[in-house]
Design a protein around this ligand. Structure first.
Ligand code: ATP
Ligand code: MG
Length: 274
């Protein structure tokens, strides 16, 4: 879609940490001076203003001051795939309306961090999947995945689907587990499968051709913007993301530059180091 710059956060599944990862990335970029908006095109499971809904959580955790109406095009009550949740309310997801909503948000902010619904092949409307929306937007993709068993398969399958549509996959963020890894987890018994997975997943995902940005550990509740920013800085390597953002043409102006609020053309602004 013309005019939208930023990234699209998808997941290997529902409940894997997309909202937390999207908010954490948006908050970190904002802390560096970027003007970042958050976007949840379709939310299911909560009405728009519900504090547990993704629109409200994205706004709160990213520290963005936009009205929920600007952040979510369609909120559906049932905690089901949007196509079904919409049908239960006698409504339908309109792809054109979603794109128009996204375009309006892109005019408010230099960058938009968008969050999908479930995984890439979740149907939004008959014949229109999350992946179709992603393809129309053309944003670089960050994939959130569980840090445990089953993740290598889900991650590589999702990566293959994303790349087949010609989208750029920046990398995967693994979510979960403690902040610190025990030393030498594969050294010998007791062999905790969970620990082994955390140690081997990054290796196997990278061997499958997908960049691992890092593992965001399980954080103490309540999650806050500051805690998320600190965790990103400590645990994730955002260099590939910065490169993807800098490569978006016409380049989004960097943080703090004159064009940083509503970038339209011009040379790329400075991209600060981590
Ligand atoms: N790193 C983390 N530390 C602590 N809690 C987390 C972390 N990541 C996710 N959670 C919690 O796990 C739950 C699921 O995370 P989240 O809502 O981000 O998943 P999701 O993929 O966005 O789900 P959905 O498919 O419903 O949009 C939430 O309660 C969230 O607060
Ligand atoms: Mg979510």
């Amino acid at each position: 879609m013309r005019g939208m710059r930023g990234l699209f956060v998808t997941g290997t599944d529902t409940g894997v940490g997309k909202t937390v990862v999207a908010a954490a990335l948006a908050a970190t970029l904002r802390a560096e001076g970027w003007d970042v908006g958050v976007w949840k095109p379709v939310q299911s499971g909560h009405p728009l203003h519900h504090p547990k809904g993704d629109a409200a959580r994205l706004l709160r955790l990213a520290g963005v001051d936009d009205p929920p109406e600007a952040v979510c095009a369609l909120a559906l009550a049932a905690p089901l795939a949007p196509q079904v949740a919409a049908r239960l309310e006698g409504r339908a997801v309109d792809p054109e309306a979603l794109l128009a909503h996204g375009q309006a948000l892109a005019r408010r902010h230099a960058l938009v961090v968008a969050e999908g619904a479930g995984g890439v092949l979740v149907p939004l409307a008959p014949g229109f999947y999350v992946l179709d929306l992603m393809a129309q937007l053309g944003l670089p993709v960050v994939l959130a995945a569980r840090a445990g068993l089953g993740t290598v398969n889900h991650t590589l399958l999702t990566a293959e689907a994303v790349r087949r549509r010609g989208l750029s996959l920046v990398g995967v963020v693994l979510v979960g587990g403690p902040a610190e890894e025990p030393a030498a987890p594969l050294a010998g018994p007791p062999l905790d499968p969970d620990v082994i997975c955390r140690a081997t997943n990054p290796e196997l995902i990278a061997a499958g051709g997908v960049t691992v940005l890092g593992r965001l550990p399980w954080l103490e509740e309540p999650l806050t913007t500051d805690r998320l920013v600190e965790a990103v800085r400590r645990h994730l390597d955002l260099a590939p993301l910065r490169a993807a953002l800098a490569g978006q043409a016409p380049a989004a102006a960097g943080p703090g530059s004159a064009k940083g609020r509503h970038a339209e053309g011009g040379p790329p602004g400075p991209v600060p180091a981590r």
